[in-house]
Design a binder for this molecule. Structure first.
Ligand SMILES: Cc1cc2nc3c(=O)[nH]c(=O)nc-3n(C[C@H](O)[C@H](O)[C@H](O)COP(=O)(O)O)c2cc1C
Length: 413
């Protein structure tokens, strides 16, 4: 009998937590008679129940399982629609009009989470203000052989060497076009960025590499609200990137040849590992090609200062590090690049954002928008509304009615 009561108690808690998430009523949780769990935000369900189960699974399988289940739930005829729209209209002061696009809030999902444009309902449900799909490449690719994604819980980090696996630019752009056509409401004030990279094939080099980017660009421009050039992916077989002044100039020159006036805004995503003088030089090159903004930054090859034991790191092997260890380095880079550029040049702060306070700091340091990936894996979907709540609260405290005023005030300092 006691066991039955305990089971019912637990089920009722889970049901209330679900309801509190779907209907955005964290107060519902406080009505549950569970003394231990009272007053916890909805994120407790993810951290205490879902994450421990997921972290027992292979990281890549866990990623697909959760995202597929979330997308399925969010696509249900009535409940799904209700759930997906639960944050619509919230945080009116966090709205921004940038690059000709309306962002319902500044927090986006970083590239790599939804490479194939498969889970937009889940992303909207989670409270993101925009999404960056991809990286897409001209040719479809299976990426590197598994295992290729590893958790570093002690560091709140991940290492991946996925190798740009994706369904290919044409297929993915067709999928996103259909989604936008069928569900215009889903994409209202929710820009869909597309991140493009070079196909994962070491034989594609020189002019062929540029043509490969151009092919993805031509597909992406038909549907993307903005396009990000990923010139910094460290996971290609040949291990080199376009973060070289000659290679970058040739690539941007190639894009300029095919670019037309009504194409979506173009951004460039850098690595966190380039030395500052090189970064400055690359930014100057981009500026001469009329780039709308920059994503700072991609994953890192640097393993300095990690708590994860060196033996474990050497067993994992190569790959890009993401998550908390990148945060301080990235915030410094955002502040540095902000000083090089005019106020209206868009900077997207990305790397290690896993707390509301960190997100607020990144915006104050010089970013207009944010992107999150690893923090979402560790903290769950409650992180995104928590960040937006914190931004609104901070603006309130500093008596700023619009993001524009708030950011201008901080970016000038
Ligand atoms: C598993 C995984 C796959 C990724 N794939 C891509 C990708 O395809 N293209 C890209 O530009 N960035 C990719 N990234 C990098 C993220 O977009 C982001 O720049 C980086 O993870 C830092 O942010 P975070 O600390 O919030 O994760 C990937 C990151 C992870 C963890």
């Amino acid at each position: 009998m006691l066991i039955l009561i305990m089971i019912c108690h637990r089920i009722s808690y889970i049901a209330i937590t679900f309801a509190s998430i779907i209907f955005n009523r964290s107060d519902l949780l406080n009505k549950h008679p569970d003394r231990l769990l009272n007053n916890h935000p909805p994120g407790v369900m993810y951290k205490e129940i879902i994450q421990p189960i997921l972290f027992k699974l292979d990281p890549e399988k866990a990623h697909h399982l959760t995202a597929e289940m979330g997308q399925l739930f969010c696509s249900l005829p009535f409940l799904g629609r209700l759930a997906t729209q639960r944050h619509v209209g919230k945080w009116p002061d966090a709205k921004q009009f940038l690059m000709g696009l309306r962002f319902s809030n500044p927090v986006g999902i970083a590239a790599g989470f939804d490479k194939n444009g498969s889970w937009p309902n889940l992303l909207r449900f989670s409270g993101f203000g925009y999404a960056e799909f991809g990286s897409i490449t001209a040719q479809p690719s299976d990426g590197n052989p598994p295992p290729r994604l590893f958790r570093l819980p002690e560091d709140h980090a991940l290492i991946n060497r996925m190798g740009l696996h994706n369904d290919g630019a044409e297929t993915i752009c067709r999928r996103i076009t259909k989604l936008k056509y069928r569900s215009p409401k889903l994409f209202r004030d929710f820009p869909a960025g597309i991140n493009i990279a070079k196909t994962h094939n070491p034989e594609i080099t020189g002019d062929a590499a540029i043509e490969d980017y151009l092919s993805s660009y031509r597909s992406a421009r038909t549907v993307a609200d903005y396009i990000t050039l990923n010139i910094s992916c460290p996971n290609t077989k040949e291990g080199i990137t376009f973060e070289d002044s000659r290679a970058l100039t040739d690539l941007l020159h190639g894009i300029k040849q095919v670019r037309s006036a009504d194409d979506p805004p173009l951004l460039v995503k850098f690595s966190p590992d380039t030395q500052l003088p090189t970064l400055d030089e690359l930014v100057q090159i981009c500026e001469s090609f009329d780039i709308s903004g920059y994503v700072l930054s991609n994953t890192s090859a640097n393993r300095d200062g990690l708590k994860t034991p060196a033996e474990q790191l050497s067993l994992i092997g190569s790959g890009g590090l993401s998550g908390a260890p990148l945060f301080e380095r990235n915030i410094a880079r955002v502040a540095h690049v902000r000083k090089l550029l005019p106020d209206n040049k868009i900077l997207i702060g990305c790397g290690g954002i896993d707390t509301p306070a960190g997100a607020v700091r990144m915006l104050k340091a010089g970013a207009h928008l944010l992107q999150v990936y690893t923090g979402f894996v560790y903290e769950g979907p409650a992180l995104i509304p928590a960040i937006n709540d914190a931004i609104s609260a901070e603006m309130d405290k500093e008596k700023c009615a619009t993001m524009r005023d708030w950011l201008q005030m901080h970016h000038k300092n």
